[in-house]
Structures are given as structure tokens and as C-alpha cells.
Design a protein around this ligand. Structure first.
Ligand SMILES: NC(=O)c1ccc[n+]([C@@H]2O[C@H](COP(=O)([O-])OP(=O)(O)OC[C@H]3O[C@@H](n4cnc5c(N)ncnc54)[C@H](OP(=O)(O)O)[C@@H]3O)[C@@H](O)[C@H]2O)c1
Length: 296
């Protein structure tokens, strides 16, 4: 019998990957985006969830524009924290599990080594603060938090997709090289989420916070270079930009970024020993897909 999942964030990057990976498995997915149900509206979310009758809720919906969040503060808090709490409370009421996604940006980046789940968050921008509030709400209502970082995929919202589009239009791209994190393949995160959903529904306990991030740290410039090199190898006819490394200060960010937000994933690997989180291999593999390169 198919497992019925409700996903919020329908057309977003991660939801798109989850839907793609669920095709080959025994899931029956209902996915809602802003068009179907705006989480900042006062619409009746309880009614929506009860009419769908999911066995588990996956909440990928988020206000993810880190720069924009500094200005649209209330909207960002509404989606990332308030709605997360509301979804959590409703899931708790009807006794179904739910999964929420948080970010490496809950940390200030000053630790100097990879963050573990028990490290104390201390966000330095509004987006990070809103995700931390969301985490707290989800854990208080019995949900699972997957804290991830630097997601990439063939989705148009993805960093690699935007870089590869720009690399076909300009000879030189200036990319920040003084921030370190763990690029994470959104398809790998999607697979882990689906496997975790199945295991939760079979009675396994996942309390309540796991880091899910790519192996091996990198800077944005390194991730861009890897994407460009992989695209050049896959499509030798393309003329692609080279990368010039710059400092964050030259970018003039509205929202400060943590300089070193590496995440330790030992806890996850303990529960998912066969997990493949090699982001370089994923970039190489993804470049075989024309939509990843921005050609389809
Ligand atoms: N992207 C990253 O690098 C990154 C890093 C760390 C953590 N995360 C977290 O991972 C999760 C997935 O991120 P993502 O990259 O998939 O984000 P995304 O591509 O920006 O997708 C988020 C989706 O949320 C939905 N949404 C936004 N506002 C909404 C509203 N008011 N009502 C209903 N739905 C709304 C939209 O779905 P529709 O388009 O269907 O309306 C949007 O596409 C998020 O929790 C994010 O904070 C992401």
C-alpha cells in the first residue's frame, strides 16, 4: 500500500527533488505550493491537512532569500517560524510525524571546526534567526529537523544553475571565496528524507535534529569552479566563464554571512551508514543533465 505524504513547498528546489525520487517508490504524494495554499494567509490549514489525511508531512516551504529577509522580516518569520509552528501543532494534534529543514545559517561561523548538533546556535542574520525559531517550534511539537546547507540541483533557484546560466553569458564571474560550508546535493537530501519518512512510519525513532550536508567543505568559488568544470566536460562546445575569487566585503551584503558554517554529519552517518554525500561526485553526475547546465 502506498504511503501518503503531504509536502509543502511544491515548486521549490527540494520539493521538486523529493517528488522526482518518490516516483520510483511506494509514496503517494500531495504537494502544495503558495498557489494552492499560502502559509502566510489565515486560511484553514487544519481543514487542508484533514482533507488530505497524510501519514507524514514534509515541510520544505520557506522564505529562502537571505538578502530579502533583512527587509521582508515579518514575511520571513511568518513562513519560516510561525507556519512551521502551526504545521507542527496540527501534526501533533492528529498524531502524525513531520519533517522540517533548517540551515547552517543558524550558526555565527566562529567555531573554527564543523558544528555538531549539540552546538549552541547563534544566528547573525534574520534568515538564520527565523530558521532557528522554526527549529525550536518543530522540536517542541515532536517533529524532526534536518539541518542542511548550500543546496544545489538542476532547479532554477539553485546556486549552481544560476552560476552555469551566468557562465554562458559573461567571460568572468566574481565569486566569494572567504565563506566555507558544505555544498549539499538536494537529490541526496531528498533520498534521505524519503528513507527517513519510511523508517519513521515503520516505528523508528529519529529524535530530533540531524545535520545533512555534503562531505568535504568548500567555498562558493570552489563550488562554482567545480560546476563550471563539470559542465565544460559534459558539453565541450560551451564557452564558459572563469572564476575570480573575491572577499565577502566586496559583495556588499545586506545580511552578514557566517564565514565558516561547516556541519558535522557523524550522527546522520551513524543512522544511514550507506549514505552518499560526496558533493563533487554529485556535481559531476548532475552535469550530464542538460537542465543542470541550464540548457534545457
Ligand atoms: N537552498 C539552500 O541552499 C538551503 C540551505 C539550507 C537550508 N535550506 C532549507 O531547505 C528547505 C528547502 O529549500 P529550497 O532550496 O527547496 O527552497 P526554495 O527553492 O526557495 O523553495 C521554497 C518553496 O517554499 C514555498 N513557499 C514560500 N513561501 C510560501 C508561502 N508563503 N506559502 C506557501 N509556500 C511557500 C514555495 O513553493 P511554491 O514555489 O510551490 O509556491 C517555494 O518554492 C528550506 O527550509 C530552506 O530554508 C535551503
Amino acid at each position: 500500500l502506498a504511503i501518503k505524504l503531504l509536502i509543502f513547498g511544491n515548486r521549490g528546489q527540494l520539493a521538486t527533488c523529493i517528488k522526482r525520487h518518490s516516483l520510483a517508490s511506494r509514496f503517494d504524494i500531495v504537494a502544495l505550493g503558495r498557489q494552492e495554499f499560502d502559509l502566510t494567509s489565515r486560511g484553514d490549514l487544519k481543514e487542508v491537512i484533514s482533507s488530505i489525511q497524510p501519514e507524514l508531512v514534509i515541510n520544505t516551504a520557506a522564505f529562502t532569500d537571505v538578502e530579502g529577509a533583512e527587509e521582508a522580516r515579518w514575511n520571513c518569520l511568518d513562513v519560516n517560524s510561525q507556519a512551521a509552528r502551526h504545521i507542527g501543532e496540527l501534526c501533533q494534534q492528529i498524531k502524525i510525524p513531520h519533517i522540517y529543514f533548517s540551515s547552517d545559517y543558524v550558526f555565527n561561523g566562529n567555531k573554527g571546526s564543523p558544528y555538531v548538533e549539540t552546538d549552541r546556535p547563534n544566528p547573525i542574520n534574520l534568515y538564520g534567526f527565523s530558521k532557528l525559531m522554526g527549529e525550536d517550534a518543530v522540536r517542541e511539537t515532536g517533529g524532526v529537523v534536518l539541518r542542511t546547507a548550500w543546496l544545489f540541483s538542476s532547479h532554477e533557484n539553485s546556486f549552481t544553475n544560476r552560476i552555469l546560466q551566468a557562465a554562458q553569458k559573461h567571460p568572468l564571474l566574481k565569486i566569494v571565496a572567504d565563506q566555507v560550508g558544505n555544498p549539499t546535493c538536494a537529490d541526496s537530501l531528498a533520498q534521505i528524507t524519503l528513507e527517513m519518512s519510511e523508517r519513521i512510519l515503520s516505528g523508528e525513532d529519529f529524535a530530533s535534529l540531524y545535520h545533512v550536508a555534503g562531505n568535504e567543505a568548500a567555498t562558493w568559488a570552489e563550488l562554482a569552479r567545480e560546476a563550471i568544470a563539470s559542465a565544460a566536460e559534459a558539453e565541450p562546445s560551451l564557452t564558459l566563464a572563469s572564476v575570480q575569487e573575491i572577499d565577502s566585503a566586496q559583495w556588499n551584503y545586506k545580511a552578514p554571512r557566517p564565514h565558516d558554517s561547516r556541519l558535522d554529519t557523524a550522527l546522520l552517518k551513524d543512522r544511514f551508514p550507506n549514505v552518499d554525500l560526496s558533493w563533487r561526485a554529485s556535481v559531476r553526475r548532475s552535469a550530464q543533465d542538460r537542465s543542470f547546465i541550464g540548457l534545457a
